[in-house]
Design a protein around this ligand. Structure first.
Ligand code: SUG
Length: 441
């Protein structure tokens, strides 16, 4: 049966801000306390979805999460009216409060890991929301993400939505940002490459010195087990790359169908993995040498965080951040990739996503890839699929509800909380999602 890769992009939330919450993510640290523009951020995200849709790629949306997230502040001992909690928490525990206002759920590459029904022993499409245990502001996403996935993929004849892995450092899971599926075509069985940063239950010979490794192998293996994945491979991130700011694997490699682009310094023992991918599926593995593009240039431009997508004619396009155009070596590499006859890349599109990029989120971070066959698409919530009409509706919705300037100190404003809730209430109606937010209960 015909199958598609559907890109589920996160709609940027109304509290998109720069609080410098992600140690190890260089852009997040560098932009701490800068003013943000949630309206521009959300519109930039919608433009990317529109481009993909217009290119003939199947596109869908995932809603933002409710922020500020009062239920977590209540769990941490704050009591009273929601507006009182905002004031108390922002004054007494400002860092925790900022974490409860982060719009980081927009980077849906971290929302979950997906296994298509073709690749699972029980022939169901599996999804597990990532527990994102490594960062407090992200760890509070898992419950809402699970509810959202249940609202979209509700038919249990086709979809299995698992509970997130146990919270805590041992099974720290960052979702699809550390996972790539290779296949000869979306309607063919695939190989799943899981990339991890460290072991929890044994020690690693080399560990990053500066920044944390987020994903554990135990988490990756647990996801592969849960999803009954037929073909799984596991490879470790290079600790030196993590120390250079590669906090997720999608900052240093990108794969689609039979193509894998990866940096020479991405992995520990990368050659063995590449050999297996070549042997098992004739994957075209293109290594980018450090002499062509350094780790630093890769992190600065987010070259590998480009989306590599298959077009209706079978060729591929890269959706790159516009920052890639400004660095000679990176732009030169992209031109060479486009002109390389052994690669199917016919075009590179450069997009302005600077609002997201300043928090370390490029094109690929903003989407969760879900491979679905026609029957599965017919049994999922149809209202989240992107159309020009939905684009217009969402643009109007953003223009009506979002602010165009936000500083971290504005997050304690009760009016912002009210505005955000009103926006999300309207959105759940637009997308026919039912009551997915705590404030709707
Ligand atoms: O987890 N940034 C996110 C960026 C996630 C990017 N995702 C992928 N690579 N797939 C993170 O570090 C910054 C929030 C702040 O500082 O306000 C943040 O969470």
């Amino acid at each position: 049966m015909k199958a598609y890769e559907v890109n589920f992009d996160g709609i940027v939330g109304p509290t998109h801000n720069y609080s410098g919450l992600s140690f190890g993510n260089v852009a997040s640290l560098n932009h701490k306390m800068n003013p943000s523009n949630p309206k521009e951020a959300a519109l930039q995200g919608l433009e990317k979805m529109r481009l993909l849709h217009d290119l003939g790629v199947k596109q869908a949306v995932l809603p933002p999460h409710e922020r500020p997230y009062i239920p977590v502040l209540r769990a941490l001992g704050f009591t009273g009216k929601d507006s009182d909690i905002l004031i108390q928490a922002s004054q007494t525990v400002p860092e925790i409060f900022e974490s409860c206002c982060s719009a980081a759920a927009m980077w849906t590459a971290n929302a979950a890991t997906m296994t298509p029904s073709l690749d699972s022993f029980d022939h169901k499409l599996h999804l597990t929301a990532a527990n994102l245990s490594n960062k407090f502001h992200r760890s509070i996403e898992a419950a809402t993400t699970t509810r959202i996935l249940q609202a979209i993929f509700s038919n249990s004849n086709y979809f299995t939505i698992h509970q997130p892995l146990p919270a805590g450092a041992y099974f720290s899971d960052e979702g699809a940002a550390n996972h790539t599926r290779f296949c000869r075509g979306y309607d063919q069985e695939g190989i799943h490459l899981f990339v991890y940063g460290k072991h929890s239950f044994s020690s690693d010979p080399v560990v990053p010195k500066r920044y944390p490794a987020r994903q554990t192998i135990e988490a990756s293996q647990a996801i592969a087990r849960q999803h009954q994945v037929k073909n799984a491979l596991f490879v470790q991130q290079n600790p030196a790359a993590i120390d250079a700011g590669v906090f997720h694997n999608d900052v240093i490699s990108v794969g689609n169908e039979k193509v894998f682009l990866y940096h020479e310094e991405a992995f520990v023992g990368g050659d063995a993995i590449v050999q297996q991918l070549q042997e098992k599926m004739s994957v075209i593995c293109h290594q980018v040498h450090s002499s062509e593009v350094s780790l630093k240039e890769a992190v600065d431009t987010y070259l590998f965080n480009s989306q590599l997508v298959t077009l209706p004619n079978g060729k591929m396009a890269m959706i790159a951040p516009k920052e890639c155009q400004n660095v000679r070596t990176v732009f030169g590499l992209l031109e060479r990739l486009k002109n390389n006859a052994s690669l199917p890349i016919q075009d590179v599109y450069y997009l302005d996503l600077h609002q997201s990029m300043r928090n370390g989120g490029g094109p690929a971070c903003l989407r969760l890839r879900v491979v679905m066959n026609e029957t599965e698409i017919a049994h999922a919530n149809e209202h989240v699929f992107f159309t020009p009409e939905l684009h217009e509706t969402l643009k109007n919705w953003v223009n009506e509800h979002y602010r165009d300037r936000l500083l971290p100190q504005d997050l304690k404003d009760p009016l912002l909380m009210e505005e955000s809730r009103k926006a999300l209430e309207t959105l759940t109606n637009i997308l026919h999602l039912g009551s997915i937010y705590d404030f709707q209960k």
